[in-house]
Write a protein that binds this ligand. Structure first.
Ligand code: NDP
Length: 457
């Protein structure tokens, strides 16, 4: 006889784990099925190990600056030590996630699951069929690899975390978050790093000042940027990979990494059997309550193609549990999501870009550019950028964009007043904290420039 659950969750990543824990805490009989490791992309091979690697890579910048403060540094880097210590931390987090599920009574099944109908799921390994009042799909996404000859010789971010040795050089394809973050990591650890991007400036969709500031910062760190070009093919050449570019140029690299976007994990899940529809981009179609086109089936996180960010998946999982198991319908507001790019320089943004805001009405733009204080004793020429975009005449703050040290931490806090509809006047009432970079945000006097009727004046 098959077992019956109030909730069957497929995928133990950020969204699935949060939903399962909350549902169980509301008394739902819950099982979570995961074919890989508990924690999902973020914990196992995404945000967490990435940030640890970013910390590792930043020491080279700090060692440079240290000399200007009187320090003599003789530093050597050992990649296997970093990978081993990262693995230890990830194992600790996985255990914590597992304990967090077990505490409220969630059953964990380590296997693959297939949806066999609106209210049933089959465990592939054992063949067991589970009956479910509700099913939550939280299967995340996977790296997209271009379909080119020799693509199998390249790696994605999945493999980058566990390379046996650091390559002498790396070519990274893509111009998004993962490309620039990993370029920062590899370059900081001493690898000759090149980014190849099909567009003409990195981070499409970000504010132009952030894009150009990042470009300059990456180049200062020796990262080579090749634009309007793609990788046409890869071929093994001794220990190296010979890369042929779309313009016919051929060059060898120690490693090639694809950071060409991620796609939702929907294949082989049996969604069509249950009538779950996909969007044209191949993600699971959901309404504002994360309900799919099959009423008993919900989906949260990257598999829904809304915003592929951990805190968003967690919030979607939480609100799903509130809606379905606590009689408290809550819809996630996806309109004001702060986000950071942990490159060097770091970027933190929330709200509209200048170009977006200018199409929404009259706006004022305040921009500060300066050398971060930590660099002032050295010859480092990096500039920090803080940019505030507001409705005209000290109105509502519409966007904030920061490039430089501490940008992510700052933007998290700026997101709070913005969520409360703060105005420029509210920022002005706030007393500055000196000396800090963030004080610029509350000491802007006249706008740097304005847009009136869509025209920059
Ligand atoms: P992104 O979508 O950010 O970037 C993908 C890049 O690859 C784009 O520059 C895109 O070009 C390019 N690209 C796509 N297809 C091809 C192709 N066939 N050939 C050549 N280039 C191609 O994806 P990422 O993989 O960097 O990251 C995935 C998502 O994960 C992010 O969007 C983000 O939501 C999340 N993430 C968040 C992080 C954070 O919060 N710090 C860190 C890492 C990931 P084009 O610009 O022309 O489309």
């Amino acid at each position: 006889m098959s077992r019956t659950f109030d909730l069957v969750v497929i995928g133990a990543g950020s969204g699935g784990v949060r939903a399962a824990r909350m549902a169980a805490s509301y008394g739902a009989k819950t099982v979570i099925i995961e074919e890989y490791r508990v924690g999902g992309t973020c914990v196992i091979r995404g945000c967490v190990p990435k940030k640890l690697f970013v910390y590792a890579s930043r020491f080279s910048d700090l060692f440079d600056v240290a000399q200007s403060f009187g320090w003599q540094v003789d530093a050597r880097f050992d990649w296997p030590t970093l990978v081993a210590n990262k693995d230890k931390e990830i194992a600790r987090l996985e255990a914590a996630y597992t304990a967090g599920l077990e505490k409220p009574g969630v059953e964990i099944i380590h296997d693959r699951a297939v949806v066999t109908g609106p209210n049933s799921v089959r465990i592939v390994g054992t063949g067991e069929v589970l009956e479910a009042k509700h099913i939550l799909i939280a299967t995340g996404g996977h790296p997209k690899i271009p379909n080119i000859p020799g693509a199998e010789l390249g790696i994605s971010s999945n493999e980058a975390f566990d390379l046996k040795t650091l390559p002498h050089s790396i070519l990274i394809e893509g111009g998004g978050y993962i490309a620039v973050e990993f370029a920062t990591i590899f370059a900081g650890l001493g690898v000759h790093t090149t980014i190849i991007y099909r567009g003409d400036c990195l981070l499409r969709g970000f504010d132009e000042d952030m894009r150009h500031g990042l470009e300059a910062g990456l180049q200062t760190r020796g990262i080579k940027l090749i634009y309007q070009t793609t990788i046409a093919s890869l071929k093994q050449q001794g220990a190296d990979i010979s890369v042929t570019f779309s313009d016919g140029v051929v060059a060898p690299f120690g490693a090639v990494m694809f950071a060409t976007g991620r796609a939702p994990n929907v294949r082989g899940l049996g969604l069509e059997t249950a009538g779950v529809e996909l969007t044209h981009a191949g993600a699971i179609k959901v309404d504002k309550y994360s309900q799919t086109t099959t009423p008993s089936i919900y989906a949260v996180g990257d598999v829904t193609g809304r915003a592929a960010l951990t805190p968003v998946a967690i919030r979607e999982g939480w609100y799903f549990a509130e809606t379905v198991f606590n009689n408290n319908p809550l819809a996630v507001d996806h309109s004001l999501i702060p986000t950071a790019v942990f490159a060097e320089p770091e970027i933190g943004v929330v709200g509209l870009t200048e170009i977006e805001a200018a199409t929404h009405g009259n706006i004022d733009v305040y921009v500060a550019r300066f050398r971060p204080m930590i660099n002032t004793l050295s010859t480092k020429s990096d500039r920090m950028i803080l940019k505030l975009i507001t409705e005209a005449d000290e109105g509502k703050v519409l966007g904030c964009h920061i490039l430089g040290p501490g940008a992510a931490e700052m933007i998290q806090l700026v997101a709070l007043p913005m969520a409360m509809n703060a105005t420029k006047k509210d920022f002005d009432r706030t007393i500055a904290l000196h000396p800090s970079a963030a004080e610029e945000l509350v000491t802007f006097k006249a706008p740097t420039y304005r847009y009136r009727n869509g025209v920059k004046v």
